[in-house]
Write a protein that binds this ligand. Structure first.
Ligand code: UD1
Length: 417
């Protein structure tokens, strides 16, 4: 278990290149098994979750080379259709392989994903859709056995626009017999990025990024090359870090059109930006204003993933903010730790009331999940004195060398393993 040791109070100043998006690279790597030809995926971030995804690919029998930020997957040798329980437990999002394995092998065996620190994360929508496409699913001894001699297209209405379910359906539908229409599909930009790769592989996916996605099944997919989109959540995390330290940073490679809800929220809190073609510069913030009410919603609403880092900003605002978490039932696990640093936050059910304080002070705190961990790092950057954030492996799931990027912008931060 590693820790980050931060001496707070230094305004961030400098430039940060935004890494490739975790939530895009995971389904994209899963999609590479849809063909027996090589796929070259560029701009892959160096993350624990990418390490784990590569372990899954190798376990299935794929050849994988990782050179810098380029991952080449050769799915020719796939020999297994099972994801072992150990890997499934380490990375719940391995469920995204289900659709891809079914397309490639017509059979898949995966362990039941179970809960995770931010909530139950059921997969009922995934399974309902797959059944509609002709998949037989039986559950025994904690494993799901899925098989389909023939996957066929279907009209699928999602009761909730689940990101994972939308991706799993896409991965199952690309080579299914006939057409699939997903209505109330998730509209996250990562879905459009996955569709872009699939279409380069020869798939026929239209409408991804909107709420109706149409997929015409094709016989076979071929190899392709793709560059992963920038990570909008990581970009917003660094903006939040600049905001709480009164710093001025420029993000390179950020896609601002993906970030409207987050930039609007920061603007409401007093931040000012200079937006370039592929750059976002946040100007020094003298005083943070509270935000009236912030509700997490499916895209294009405010992302649940950035709720906790922005709560750190609200914790230092003048006035009271209300955050409502509508996506995951247990995504306030950072609150107790922020309180240990002097924040004034009360939680009731899905609502958090944050009364801004003048300053936070350093403390030893524990990351309990990825984004909550990032919220604590941001708090540490702003706090008086030394903060020790324990359990860095959560943060490393989604942030590439977070201490390196922050130190390059003047933060006093180091890692101890
Ligand atoms: C993805 C992202 C995660 C992000 C989330 C919401 C990846 C790897 N992870 O997770 O970072 O926080 O989207 O933007 O891309 N639900 C069901 N039944 C299902 C599926 C989902 O009830 O079958 C519920 C979930 O419990 C949750 C909500 O739908 O309350 C959203 O989940 P979903 O969009 O599926 O999130 P993930 O794909 O797991």
């Amino acid at each position: 278990m590693g820790r980050l040791i931060i001496s707070g109070g230094k305004p961030l100043e400098g430039e940060i290149y935004v890494q490739g998006a975790k939530n895009a690279v995971l389904p994209i790597l899963a999609a590479t098994i849809l063909t027996d030809e090589k796929c070259v995926i560029k701009n892959c971030p160096a993350l624990r979750d990418v390490d784990k995804t590569i372990l899954v690919l190798r376990d299935l029998g794929c050849g994988v080379e990782w050179d810098g930020s380029t991952v080449t997957v050769d799915g020719n040798g796939i020999s297994d259709c099972r994801i072992c329980e150990n890997l499934m437990r380490q990375m719940r999002s391995s469920i995204i392989f289900l659709g891809a394995i079914l397309t490639r092998c017509h059979r898949a065996v995966v362990s039941m994903p179970g809960g995770c620190p931010i909530g139950l994360r059921p997969i009922d929508l995934h399974l309902k859709a797959l059944r509609k496409m002709g998949v037989t699913i039986t559950e025994e001894h904690g494993y799901m056995n899925c098989s389909a001699d023939t996957l066929h297209g279907a009209d699928i209405h999602l009761d909730f626009p689940s990101v994972g379910a939308t991706e799993n359906i896409m991965l199952s539908a690309v080579c299914a017999e006939g057409d699939t229409v997903i209505s109330n599909a998730a509209r996250e930009p990562e879905i459009a990025d996955l569709a872009a790769l699939l279409n380069k592989m020869g798939a026929r996916v239209a409408g991804a990024g909107g709420s109706v996605i149409r997929i015409r099944g094709v016989k076979k997919l071929h190899g392709a090359e793709h560059t992963v989109m920038p990570d909008r959540i990581v970009a917003a995390t660094y903006l939040a870090a600049a905001a709480v330290t009164g710093g001025e940073i420029t993000l390179f490679g950020a896609e601002k059109s993906h970030m409207d809800a987050m930039l609007n929220a920061l603007s409401e809190m007093g931040a000012q930006f200079e937006l370039g073609e592929k750059t976002i510069r946040i100007k020094p913030l003298r005083e943070i204003r509270s935000i009236h009410i912030l509700r997490t919603m499916p895209y294009p609403g405010f992302p649940t993933d950035i709720q906790s880092p922005f709560m750190t900003v609200a914790a230092l605002a003048r006035g009271t903010s209300v955050f409502v978490e509508n996506i995951f039932e247990n995504r306030f696990r950072h609150v107790g730790e922020l309180t240990r640093m002097g924040a004034d936050i009360r939680v009731s059910g899905r609502c958090a009331v944050i009364r801004g304080v003048k300053e936070l002070y350093g403390a030893r705190v524990y990351a309990r999940e990825l984004r909550g961990g990032a919220a604590l790092v941001i708090a540490g950057l702003a706090a008086r004195g030394e903060t020790i954030v324990e359990n860095t492996e959560y943060i490393d799931r989604g942030y590439e060398s977070i201490e390196k990027y922050l130190a390059e912008c003047g933060a006093d931060i180091r890692r101890e393993d």
